[in-house]
Design a protein around this ligand. Sequence first.
Ligand SMILES: C[S@@+](CC[C@H](N)C(=O)[O-])C[C@H]1O[C@@H](n2cnc3c(N)ncnc32)[C@H](O)[C@@H]1O
Length: 219
Amino acid sequence: MSEEIRRQKNFWDAEQEAFDSIYSRKKSGFQNFLDSVFRKDMYERYEFTMKHSEPIKGRSFLDVGCGTARYSVEYAKRGAARVVGLDISDSMIDTSKKHAASSGVADICEFLKVELFQYKPEKKFDVSIGIGLFDYVSEPLPLIKSMAALTSDRVILTFPRLFTWRAPVRKIRLGLRKCDVYFFTRKQIHNLMKDAGFARVEIEKVGKLFCVVGHVGKA
Ligand SMILES: C[S@@+](CC[C@H](N)C(=O)[O-])C[C@H]1O[C@@H](n2cnc3c(N)ncnc32)[C@H](O)[C@@H]1O
């Protein structure tokens, strides 16, 4: 395990409950209010991803950096045929399994504690997603290329934007907790997606993020 992955794993093992409370809203009214103002784009990226994942029914999904499986479980609930979630954090994977079981979709979903490079599925997925993942990856290109190689239709990714007031705040706040965080310009994302070999790429500004769809195959 690289030093970067070890640090990320330690951070997210400890952060799992606090992270999921952004979705579950199991926190005080004031904290929920702060989330709805300062983390609005987390809810917006969810809507973006679900919209661009259509059709969901009957298709297969790979969720890289699945966290607490909020996306994976939703795909399964909306009729996906197969969903695989990967994460490097034990507590995220444990929570994902519980979440799928309590939502009645454990038979559709599989959650694995594994790095993407070690994962060798027999079949490609229709759609792969990496949501809130590239914030924490120092070298995104190999990961994006691996996702493209495992996907037959499209890859949906999010990247935090560089030129926002929030970027330096997050850099300092997370850096103090030994969690490195990275930010991107539209040009950088365009070049990454081009180098990863996508036939067509859509890049949309969503709050302090870029939400990106990379189409595999024909343009
Ligand atoms: C901000 S959370 C996002 C979780 C989920 N995608 C969501 O949006 O709800 C980031 C997740 O990425 C995972 N992660 C970080 N680096 C990773 C890597 N190189 N490979 C796989 N997962 C990684 C973390 O363990 C964490 O669960």
